[in-house]
Each structure stands twice: as C-alpha cells, then as structure tokens.
Design a protein around this ligand. Structure first.
Ligand SMILES: NC(=O)C1=CN([C@@H]2O[C@H](COP(=O)(O)OP(=O)(O)OC[C@H]3O[C@@H](n4cnc5c(N)ncnc54)[C@H](O)[C@@H]3O)[C@@H](O)[C@H]2O)C=CC1
Ligand SMILES: CC(C)CC(=O)C(=O)O
Ligand SMILES: [Mg+2]
Length: 352
C-alpha cells in the first residue's frame, strides 16, 4: 500500500516521540512492502515562532492532502506562563481539530500484563481493565465563545452543544459498544449543566435503536472516582470534550504512565493519530520521554487502513519491549532506556 502521512511533530518532546513512531512505521513498511512517504509541517509554538500562526494554512493543506496525520504534541511553558499571550500553541491544535472536522477522539485504555505493578492502583483493581474513552472533540467549552470584561475583572467561557453534534458522537460510541462488550456509559453533569441535559435527552431518544447495548448514565464527578476504584466495570465511555480530556488522563494511571496511551481523532476529512499526553516540556531534548503512546498511535493509523497484521505486529513489539524491560524512565527508574533506544529496539524487533 502507498500512504502519504503528514507529520506534525510540534513542540517539546513532540519531535523525539514522533521520530520513534516513524522508525516503527518504516520497519513495518520494509517488512510488508509498503510505500510510506512523509510530509512534515509546522504546528504549535514552533509554528508561532517561525511563521506567527500555530496552525498555518500551509499545514492545513498538507493535512488535507495526506492520507493520515501523525501528530506529536504542542505547548511551551513560555506561553503557559504568560496568561496575556495573544496567540497560543493550543489554538493550533484546536484549529486543526475544527478545520479537519475531527469530532471524535478515540482513546483506548488497556492494562499491559507486564506493567500491572507499575500502576499506583492495586493489581487486583487494574488487572484486565480494558475500556475505550470516546471523547467529543470539536464542541463544548474549548470552542465556545470566551472573553474578558472591559475592566478585565471578569472572564467567561461558554459551553455549547447542538443535538447534531451530540447525536453523531453518540452514534459512534454506540457502534464501538456494539463491537466490544455492549456496555456504554454516558458521562455528564446533567444535574447542573443544560448542555449535559441535552446530551442525556439525546441519548435517551437514541437508546431504543440500540436495544442490545446496556446504557448507563453517570455524573462526571462520580465517574472520576469509579474509573480508578472499579476500572473493570467500564467498556465504552462517551463524554463531552473537556470531561473526556480530563478523564482520559486520569485513566492513564490504570496502565502505569501517561506516556503509554494512544489515540485516533476521526471525523470528516483526514484522521489524526496522536498520543493523549502533551509536550512534556521538562523532558524536551533529553531523550527520556516514553515513545509508546505515539508508537501505538501509529498502530491505530495503520489499522485505520485495514493493515491489521501490521498494527498487531507493532502491538506485539511494544508488549515484548515492556516484558523485557526496554522501557523509559517513567516505567523503570532502575534501568531506564532512552527514547531513541526504545524506538530502535521496536524497529529491529519488527524487521526481525
Ligand atoms: N495534545 C497536545 O498536544 C497536548 C498539549 N498539552 C500541552 O503540553 C504542555 C505540558 O502540559 P502538561 O500539563 O505538563 O501535560 P503533559 O501531558 O505534557 O505532561 C504531564 C506529565 O505526564 C508525564 N508524561 C507526559 N508525556 C509523557 C511521556 N511521553 N513519557 C513519560 N511521561 C510523560 C510527565 O510526568 C509529565 O510531567 C502544555 O503547554 C499543554 O498545553 C497538554 C496536553 C495535550
Ligand atoms: C490543548 C488541549 C485541549 C489538549 C489536550 O489536553 C488534549 O487534547 O488531550
Ligand atoms: Mg489532555
């Protein structure tokens, strides 16, 4: 197969982790005879510094013209620590999601058998946990009207959802539940928020079309607790943008590190494959960040083109590396491997 992948490495650890995912894709391409080409493009703080725009039109065109996008991370402390900055790296990520129509972010969370003792949660709690967070990605408070009063003493962010937006993400979540264990948890704050009540009303209206799916509704505060108290009770969890953002970072604790969780952002135009974590600026340039989340995102990318054997081989390589202790310092303080060493090991396992 021929694939043209847009590569948006971004900021902080972005370039280091994306380079490992590319090594792994290249190894798979060699083994299975695929022709992969990459088109790099600017995003985030790097793009602001170079061209003054966190998601330049040229980058958008490259994404639109690609078969898929491999994304690293964006964000830089020089913006995080300047609340008055007019343009921010995160606007680039949000603009990309909006312009590419990426309304769903699929975040699988499953424990790795060899890492059960790496979670701060008890082994009997996390063993066998396997859930899917379906996060709405182009609506809600991240995209609503926001502003400051003239005297600067008041600020606001608005959370808006339409039934169309809710229906399309719920449809996808029901479909995932149908393919998995037929349980769907809809997470909201319907006891307080009007948008959540619209989510609940819309979901209730859809339920009769999915009679074989067991649906339950849970308030987000309760969900935050149950997720780490009884992670195994969840199959598919669907929720709005900000709740999904927060709950999926929380869910990474089940697996042992935020550096392990991949995601696929899908929707109208091309799809973007990205780790769930951010640019981890403290690690930038040190070759210590865990590349596994990005490598597993690459596996999701290949899977989206029905390259199932290829994706499975990447997952097998990752499992083997974890079993054999070829891991970065977030997993093993005693004998940490460098980011690039993990990438090299995975690539050579794949090519055999
Ligand atoms: N999708 C994206 O590009 C995202 C960007 N950000 C941005 O990233 C910057 C840093 O944000 P933070 O809140 O510190 O979140 P972060 O996800 O970058 O890091 C939080 C913590 O998670 C751990 N971690 C994250 N990625 C890791 C990896 N690959 N290997 C090992 N450990 C890892 C580290 O302990 C780190 O201190 C900010 O500018 C933020 O806006 C945050 C989240 C997502
Ligand atoms: C800038 C944020 C919206 C990014 C983030 O935290 C995420 O997508 O997980
Ligand atoms: Mg996040």
């Amino acid at each position: 197969m021929k694939l043209n992948i847009a590569v948006l490495a971004g900021d902080g650890i972005g370039p280091e982790i994306v380079a490992q995912a590319q090594k792994v894709i290249n190894a798979v391409a060699t083994k299975f005879n695929h022709e992969i080409s990459y088109t790099p493009a600017l995003v985030g703080a790097t793009a602001i510094d170079q061209v003054g725009d966190p998601y330049p039109e040229a980058t958008h065109q490259i994404c639109m013209d690609s078969d898929a996008v491999l994304f690293g991370a964006i964000g830089d402390p020089k913006f995080d620590n300047d609340p008055k900055a007019k343009v921010r790296p995160e606007q680039g990520l949000l603009a990309m999601r909006k312009k590419l129509g990426l309304y769903a972010n699929i975040r699988p969370v499953a424990t790795f058998p060899s890492l059960l003792d790496k979670s701060p949660l008890r082994k009997d709690i996390v063993e066998g946990a396997d859930l899917l967070v379906v996060r709405e990605l182009t609506g809600g408070i991240y995209f609503g009207e926001k502003g400051r009063s003239e005297d600067l003493k008041k600020a606001f962010d608005t959370c808006t959802y339409t039934t169309d937006e809710i229906e399309r993400i719920l449809k996808l979540a029901f479909a995932y539940a149908a393919k998995r264990n037929k349980r769907l948890t809809i997470v909201d704050k319907a006891n307080v928020l009007a948008t959540s009540r619209l989510w609940r009303e819309t979901a209730q209206a859809m339920e009769p079309d999915y009679k074989d799916i067991e649906v339950d509704y849970m308030f987000v505060d309760n969900a935050a607790m149950q997720l780490i108290q009884w992670p195994k009770k969840f199959d598919v969890m669907v929720t709005e943008n900000m709740f999904g953002d927060i709950l999926s970072d929380e869910a990474s604790v089940i697996t042992g590190s935020l550096g392990l969780l991949p995601s696929a952002s899908v929707g109208v135009h091309t799809s973007v494959f990205e780790p769930i974590h951010g640019s981890y600026p403290q690690a930038a340039g040190k070759n210590i960040a865990n590349p596994v989340a990005t490598v597993l995102s690459a596996a999701m990318l290949l899977e989206s083109f029905d390259l199932l054997e290829e994706a499975e081989l990447i997952r097998q390589a990752v499992n083997k590396s974890l079993e054999q202790g070829i891991v970065t310092e977030d997993i093993s303080k005693e004998k940490p491997y460098k980011t690039s060493q993990v990438g090299d090991w995975l690539a050579s396992y794949i090519t055999g």
